[in-house]
Design a protein. Structure first.
Length: 345
């Protein structure tokens, strides 16, 4: 072997020991579908919320929220009369849950132990996503048609603010440190809200992303993971200044999640995959893999205790032929097929 070749080989061996592992390939998750939990009720679905500590899953379905055991899928109860249900936020320090009822233009409050309805609060028009800010002890319902946020004081269940958002809001998250963030779908922006004054602090363009829907956050590093279904990208954004730190190909995403224990961000894609992005450190990210799920599984909840993912879906009939009155018909759900897909190791 020539000296120059020997030197090159020695250098390669040294680099293999000292270079970060992510430069040489990504460690897969080993995740796959573990179970399907059937839910015997009718209607469409949207968001799903997982309470890992209590071992419960809250699934929006039809005009109610079904509560199931996270380990077995057994039914624990349901919250009825949530017309046009979208999302579920849990204020566990007050033992209350909050449901956005889109067609009722309302927020339904329920007891986390008994599932009994405690209150109904008037929101804006078509409340969609909903989140709890544990810093200010407030619930934010993001209203799709009135393009604003209804802010509710959890201690009193009174509306304390209505925040104009300048576009159609989708998912929101709290950083637990005085800020709430929300995707604005039609303008392609991330909006930062002051959780004390309820004023919009910043509007950041999601350069490289279109129609942001899913949103998750690593509170420790102040990183946002934005699922953009319009052009099938996950945008990684610095929540302190709006800078874009990365962009990764995903599917037709409607939901996102983050597991702080595994440092993994997820995009749930309606084409039947979950895209996984690893946070190597606060400024470096890598695409890991696409996990096969089921078609229609476009939203998700992450159990940060067991590290499992929960995705609602159903079997669908082909869409009917377009008509003048309905030029873009949607596929119809096969009755009795709604279920929650469980993904993990």
């Amino acid at each position: 072997m020539k000296p120059i070749i020997k030197s090159f080989c020695r250098l390669a061996i040294i680099l293999a020991f000292i270079a970060p592992a992510h430069l040489f390939g990504q460690e897969k998750t080993g995740f796959h579908v573990l179970a399907d939990f059937p839910i015997h009720s009718t209607g469409g679905w949207d968001y799903i919320t997982v309470d890992g500590a209590a071992k419960r899953v809250y699934a929006s379905h039809g005009n109610q929220v079904n509560v199931i055991d996270a380990a077995s899928g057994d039914s624990l109860g349901y919250i009825p009369n949530t017309q046009g249900v979208h999302g579920i936020a849990l204020a566990k320090d007050f033992n209350k849950g909050y449901i956005s009822a889109g067609r009722a233009n309302a927020i339904v409050v329920f007891d986390l132990n008994t599932f009994q309805v405690l209150n109904t609060i008037t929101a804006g028009t078509n409340p969609d996503a909903i989140c709890y800010d544990d810093f200010g002890k407030k619930v934010y319902a993001f209203n799709g048609r009135s393009q604003n946020a209804t802010v509710v004081d959890v201690a009193t269940d009174k509306v304390v603010a209505t925040i104009p958002l300048g576009g159609k809001p989708e998912t929101g998250v709290s950083d637990g440190k005085g800020h709430v963030f929300v995707n604005i779908e039609d303008t392609g922006e991330e909006v930062q809200i002051d959780a004390t004054t309820f004023q919009v602090l910043n509007r950041w363009k999601l350069t490289g992303g279109e129609e942001p829907s899913g949103l998750a956050m690593d509170r420790k590093t102040d990183r946002l993971f934005v699922g953009c279904g319009g052009n099938q990208k996950m945008i990684v954004q610095d929540a302190t200044n709006g800078n874009i730190l990365g962009a990764f190909p995903i599917g037709h995403c409607d939901g996102a999640g983050f597991d702080p224990g595994l440092k993994l961000a997820y995009a749930s894609n309606g084409d039947g995959t979950v895209t996984v992005v690893r946070e190597v450190d606060a400024n470096h990210f890598e695409l890991v893999e696409n996990i096969t799920t089921e078609p229609g599984a476009r939203t998700m909840g992450v159990d940060v205790v067991t590290h499992k993912l929960y995705l609602p879906t159903a079997q669908m009939k082909p869409a009917p032929a377009p008509t003048a009155d309905n030029p873009r018909p949607r596929p119809q759900q096969v009755p009795g097929t709604f279920h929650v897909v469980v993904v993990g190791k």
